[in-house]
Design a protein around this ligand. Structure first.
Ligand code: SAM
Ligand code: SF4
Length: 349
């Protein structure tokens, strides 16, 4: 196993020390996703049960601790940071974290600071996000039908999200819409969602339902393979494959008729693990090196154990050294239960 040397985050100013972390399979780890809260103002049917129990607030890392943790990863070669949740924009005072992390953009240590949001609070925060150097965001939206939107999110209001998207576009943020393809729910709406997104200059990425966490109903009823959606789209549109550039699970095509980009995230029908460049941390400071495994290591204890980052940095190295080769997802009639017991709102997707 090789991994980066232990570098205190105080050495962030010395780029020559920022060597990328490498996992046991030779993959460079330069992308960190951080769930800054497990709470959310929606209760999407594929993500959470309506009576979801959240973590006690006392278990959460403070915003200052999250900043220190992210900065330690940046010192170890992370170049892209995504804040997610739960809903990241509902965490109180979260803009102070964004503002403070933006110093790494200014110094050149970080290439990108971004977030994934349900859009409900975007109208309030879009301009400030842009001011902090955020350039692109992902907004999750599964339908443009208000009643269907309410049914899928249980608590959400479509108009608020659309107003948030308008505000973000007006602030100059590039947007990618993420849509979970749901059998019998939004699968027929995907062409019109795509035309809407592309008409506003936004990309659209489709996601297969993943078996994460108990949600109170079976996923076999929600799952539709994207291979089927793609074949249906190909009957009416010209799809041109684009080279993969993200190192992530998405495969992209250009739709010649709209000029827009369409992505497919297919964890269940396509194995993307060989190019995986990312790890995830939760709002309690647990690191998961694979979305599809139960693997977990605690970083909160080493973070709190001392004011300098040596223990933390060593714990990060040990965790990266356990990153598995690939995921364990499976949904079929014999496996109609979560492969991984934690919810997406814990690891942030
Ligand atoms: N609340 C924010 C949002 O919805 O964008 C950020 C967190 S959410 C967990 C991140 C992404 O995960 C969303 O695009 C959501 O649709 C997706 N997601 C949640 N549960 C999922 C599941 N079981 N399978 C596939 N995607 C899921
Ligand atoms: Fe909340 Fe996002 Fe999960 Fe929906 S998908 S319940 S918005 S965390």
């Amino acid at each position: 196993m090789t991994s980066a040397a232990i570098i205190p985050s105080t050495d962030l100013d010395r780029p020559e020390l920022r060597r990328p972390m490498t996992d046991p399979f030779g993959r460079t780890i330069d992308y960190l996703r951080v769930s800054i809260t497990d709470r959310c103002d929606f209760r999407c049917v594929y993500c959470m049960a309506e009576d979801m129990t959240f973590l006690p607030r006392a278990d959460l890392l403070s915003l200052e601790e999250l900043d220190r943790l992210c900065s330690a990863f940046i010192a170890k070669g992370v170049r892209k940071l995504r804040l997610t949740g739960g809903e990241p924009l509902v965490r109180r005072n979260m803009m102070s974290l964004v503002r403070s992390l933006s110093r790494h953009l200014k110094s050149g240590a970080l290439d990108e600071l971004t977030l994934t949001t349900n859009g409900s609070q975007l109208a309030r925060f879009a301009a400030e996000l842009a001011d902090c150097g955020v350039r692109r965001i992902n907004v999750s939206l599964d339908t443009l039908d208000p009643a269907e939107f309410r049914r899928i999110t249980r608590w959400g209001e479509l108009d608020r999200v659309l107003a948030g998207i308008d505000a973000a576009l007006a602030a100059g943020l590039a947007i990618k819409i993420n849509t979970v393809a749901l059998k019998g729910t939004n699968e027929d709406e995907i062409p019109s969602l795509m035309r809407w997104a592309h008409g506003l200059g936004m990309g659209l990425t489709l996601i297969e339902v993943m078996p994460l966490g108990e949600i109170g109903e079976g996923r076999i009823d929600q799952y539709v393979p994207l291979s089927l959606i793609r074949a249906r789209l190909a009957a009416n549109y010209t799809l041109t494959d684009l080279p993969d550039s993200t190192g992530g699970p998405a495969r992209y095509v250009r739709i010649e008729e709209t000029g827009g980009r369409l992505g497919f995230i297919t964890p269940l029908t396509h194995n993307f693990c060989e190019s995986c460049n990312r790890v995830r941390i939760t709002c309690t400071g647990t690191i998961h090196t694979c979305l599809g495994h139960e693997d977990a290591s605690d970083l909160r204890r080493p973070l709190r154990a001392s004011a300098d980052d040596a223990l933390l940095s060593a714990a990060i190295d040990r965790a990266i050294g356990t990153k598995p080769k690939g995921h364990d997802f499976i949904i079929d009639r014999r496996h109609n239960r979560p492969s991984v017991s934690r919810h997406m709102s814990v690891t942030g997707g």
